[in-house]
Structure formats: C-alpha cells, structure tokens
Design a protein around this ligand. Structure first.
Ligand code: NDP
Ligand code: 8X3
Length: 249
C-alpha cells in the first residue's frame, strides 16, 4: 500500500486518480480548493482517503503542507502533480495577462513548489514516484495555446531535469502528456464556465476520458522499481498531429 498525494483531486483526472488508487489498495491524500468536493470524495472513498484543502498557488500553505498532515500520513510514496488549468483560447495579442499569470502560478510555480516540498522526504527515504501532468500542448503548438502550451513544455523539461538530478536514486519521474480528454472540467474552465463552448470541443469525438489517464497512472505506480518511464504521450485514436500551417500568398 502506497500513500499517494494528488493535487487537484476535486474534478477530472484528479478525482479519477483518487478513485483508482483507493480501488487498487493505496491511500490517497486528496487536495484542491473546493472543500465541498473534497468532503464528497472523502464520504465516497472512506478512510483510505484523507481530504486536505490546498491551493497550490499559496506558497506558504504548500511549504507548510506536510506539517499539517497527521503524522502517519507524512510519508508520501507517490506525488501526482495534477492541479492545472488553461484559461482562454484567443490569440496571444488579445489574451488577458491575469489569465497568463494564473496559468504560470498554477501549472509552473505551483507544481515546482509542491515538488520542492515533497521531494526531500523521498530523497531521505530513497524511495518515491512523481507523476507530472504535462500535455500534448507542451509538445505541439496550436493557435491559442501560447502560455498554456508553454507551461506544459516547462513541466516536461522540469520532469526530465528532475531525472537528471535523481539518477541513481530509487525515485522515478514521469511526465504524462495526454491529448484530448473529455469528462473533466478542463474546457469549461478554459472557456470561463461556458458549457456549450466546452461541449463543442468534444462533439463527434471518442476522446480519452479521465479513467484512461488513471489507468496509465495506476500502471506507472505498479511498475518494478528499476523501470522509469520518462514521458508518456497519449491521444485518442481520433486525434493526430499535423499538418504544418502554411500561409500562401
Ligand atoms: P479539471 O478542470 O477537471 O481539474 C483540474 C483540477 O485542478 C481541479 O481539481 C481543480 O480543483 C485543480 N486546481 C486548479 N487550480 C488549482 C489550484 N490553484 N490549487 C489546487 N488545485 C487547483 O481538469 P483536468 O482533470 O482535465 O486536468 C488535470 C490536469 O491534466 C491539468 O494539469 C491539465 O492541464 C492536464 N491535462 C488535461 C487534459 C484534458 O484534455 N482534459 C489533457 C492534458 C493535460 P479546484 O478548482 O477545486 O482547486
Ligand atoms: C489539454 C489538451 O490539446 O486542449 O492539455 O491543450 S489540449
């Protein structure tokens, strides 16, 4: 049984991770900002789920987070850096700077601060797994992706650089890079709560769903200690990259 910290467990992938890990016999520390969602998850999953509110952009709360946990929950075997968001899909020159700042604060600064808070314990015990949620948006550019894509490229490169520091230690790091995933709140958040715009993103597709990502995470956690998967890029069969954009005269 592993103790698994999941950031952003109040919706989408994070909730699916919590359900899957508890089903697989692990203990989950579920975090996020919406306390009523955390309470519902705790009610659903019982005493192998510890619900603790955490805003990953709150640097002081992140730094002190471990110390707020009950003593027997402080040994984090697996960290899932999942909390993240995209805001807007308009062109860069029209983007709201506050949206850009929020994406960087959450997807980049939040992720590195949580990692910095949890990693020393893993190094001390010479044991741990970190799963970071990157995205195909960090690999392939698309119109309106700008800072979201940039933040996920950071997550990929940060993950690979962590591996460089951790080589020889029993600590693994994987960047999970999904493409189109329906069944989460991702697009609703991106479009400021507009449900019809969000639904249009997935209309007529058989997209991945959060359980597919949880299946991948469960597999990563189950691998023998000598196996590190550096990156996993996954898309629904109905999605592919290309072609290059060409503006002709
Ligand atoms: P959701 O919007 O469904 O879930 C996002 C989660 O992040 C929520 O639980 C939310 O909780 C949490 N969150 C957002 N901001 C903060 C914050 N400041 N502090 C703590 N938690 C926060 O999205 P998904 O489940 O789809 O996305 C999960 C991750 O996967 C993200 O990093 C996303 O970028 C990435 N991803 C998503 C893809 C998709 O197509 N859906 C594809 C590839 C990657 P709360 O609001 O309660 O704080
Ligand atoms: C989410 C996938 O393609 O909407 O990271 O950016 S995409």
């Amino acid at each position: 049984m592993k103790t698994i910290l999941v950031t952003g467990a109040t919706a989408g992938f994070g909730a699916a991770f919590a359900r899957r890990f508890v089903k697989d016999g692990h203990r989950v520390i579920a975090t996020g900002r919406r306390v009523e969602r955390l309470a519902a998850l705790a009610e659903e999953l019982g005493d192998r789920l510890l619900a603790v509110p955490l805003d990953v952009t709150d640097k002081a709360a992140v730094a002190g987070f471990l110390g707020t946990l009950p003593a027997d929950w402080r040994r984090i075997d697996v960290l899932v850096n999942n909390a993240g968001l995209a805001l807007g899909l308009g062109p860069a020159w029209e983007a709201d700077l506050a949206d850009w700042d929020t994406m960087v604060a959450t997807n980049v600064t939040g992720l590195i601060h949580v990692t910095r808070a949890i990693l020393p314990g893993m190094v001390e015990r010479n044991d741990g797994i970190i799963l970071n949620l990157g995205s195909v948006a960090g690999v392939y550019p698309y119109p309106g992706g700008h800072v979201y894509g940039g933040s996920k490229a950071f997550v990929q490169q940060f993950s690979l650089n962590l591996r460089a520091d951790l080589v020889g230690k029993n600590i693994r790091v994987t960047d999970i890079e999904p493409g189109m995933v329906s069944g989460s709140e991702f697009s609703k958040v991106r479009f400021g709560g507009d449900e019809s715009k969000a639904a249009a993103v997935y209309a007529g597709t058989h997209s991945l769903n959060p359980e597919d990502i949880a299946e991948t995470a469960a597999w990563l956690v189950s691998l023998p200690a000598h196996v590190n998967i550096n990156r996993i890029e996954m898309m629904p069969t109905c999605q592919a990259n290309g072609p290059f954009a060409v503006k002709r005269e």
